[in-house]
Ligand binder design. Structure first.
Ligand SMILES: Nc1nc2c(ncn2[C@@H]2O[C@H](COP(=O)(O)OP(=O)(O)OP(=O)(O)O)[C@@H](O)[C@H]2O)c(=O)[nH]1
Length: 339
């Protein structure tokens, strides 16, 4: 049998949008600015699968110079390779915290770090913590888990923040929720209060591939990029990692239709007459991937070289915020014409 040769290049379709900066993102940023002066600590959430692509330069500029912990969320879906984790820890100079909602220990450890800051700040009115990050990275879930771990009996009642597996569930900066009661002078004086904020997208991303990666992790609205394109991109990536990831479906292939047809047969997604339903197969595959059932990985390149290039880009962006906004408006116009 001929040796399988994976694609080394994925042709990004022209139709992929490069922005998802919505009205409530703009309004959210403005509200965050107004409350920031009362905030002592920032929890900046990034998806472990996209440690670079879910880093929003606009948010970073907003919280620059403030005490910050970088929380890598959904770490159950990202890599557990020690090399990758070490690369990410270096990126954030020891401020990173790997977290996932299934591990109470990760929540307790984070709570301990927050309480330490509360003791250092020692404010009579308590420590104010703001959670920020891109859409759907898991901010509200984190707030609920911290509250339930820290607020005693009050935290065991219904969850405070609404969560959901799509971008944009939280639309406004929340009121402050107490996650740790006051423990008195010398300890956590005045308690700890958390503010949830809406996920904020960057005004404009540099390339279509970033959008594909963000869409795969539900950072933009479902349906904005057709499922088949996302599955094709996933197939491209799996072929570069390990074709065994989908060996339950079919032998290694670069043909997305062949892959979808095999998945349709495997999952019983068939039309009347037994023809494979490729649309349903694509949706089923994406759900499996989002649940980690097609392997755990980091989609961003986190080699030292890629991290360095990313840092350079952040320091000297190709576009100013105003240029990015202009491009974003043009994209919106094009989208309206297409509709
Ligand atoms: N597997 C896994 N899923 C998680 C984890 N944390 C959150 N999620 C899921 O991710 C989805 C998004 O979580 P949210 O907490 O609503 O995300 P958000 O950042 O507040 O979203 P926005 O409202 O867009 O700002 C939900 O379906 C959560 O259940 C995690 O650690 N592991």
């Amino acid at each position: 049998m001929a040796q399988f040769i994976p694609r080394t290049f994925f042709a990004i379709p022209e139709s992929i949008p490069k922005t998802y900066f919505l009205g409530h993102h703009h309004a959210g940023l403005n509200s965050m600015k107004t409350v920031l002066s009362n905030v002592h600590l920032i929890l900046e959430c990034r998806d472990t699968r996209l440690p670079l692509s879910t880093r929003n330069p606009q948010l970073e500029a907003l919280v620059a110079g403030r005490e910050r912990i970088i929380v890598y969320t959904k770490s159950d879906l990202g890599t557990d390779s020690q090399r990758s984790l070490a690369a990410l820890s270096r990126l954030d100079a020891g401020r990173s915290h790997f977290w996932d909602k299934q591990k109470p220990g990760a929540t307790s450890l984070l709570l301990k770090r927050i309480k330490q800051t509360a003791q250092e700040v020692d404010s009579l009115t308590g420590l104010r913590v703001m959670i920020v990050g891109m859409p759907n990275v898991g901010k509200s879930t984190l707030l609920n888990r911290l509250r339930s771990a820290g607020a005693g009996a009050a935290g065991k009642t219904a969850k405070f923040a609404k969560t959901g597996d799509q971008a944009g569930v939280t639309r406004k900066v929340s009121s402050a929720v107490r996650i740790v009661p006051s423990e008195g002078p010398g300890s956590v004086n005045g308690g700890v209060y958390l503010l949830d904020t809406p996920g904020i997208f960057q005004p404009y991303v540099n390339d279509g591939e970033t959008m594909l990666k963000v869409a795969l992790t539900h950072g933009i609205k479902k349906g904005l990029i057709p499922d088949k394109i996302l599955v094709d991109y996933l197939l491209f990536r799996m072929n570069l990692w390990d074709t065994a990831l989908y060996s339950d479906y079919c032998p290694p292939t670069n043909d997305v239709d062949e892959f979808l047809a095999a998945a349709a047969t495997r999952h019983g997604k068939l039309k009347a007459g037994g023809e494979p339903n490729l649309t349903e197969a694509a949706a089923a595959l994406l759900t499996r991937w989002q649940k980690g059932k097609l392997g755990r990985y980091v989609l961003d390149d986190i080699s030292d070289q890629a991290i360095h290039a990313h840092q350079e880009l952040l320091a000297k962006p190709e576009l100013s915020v105003n240029q990015a906004r202009k491009l974003q408006k043009e994209e919106r116009k094009k989208e309206r014409v297409r509709e």
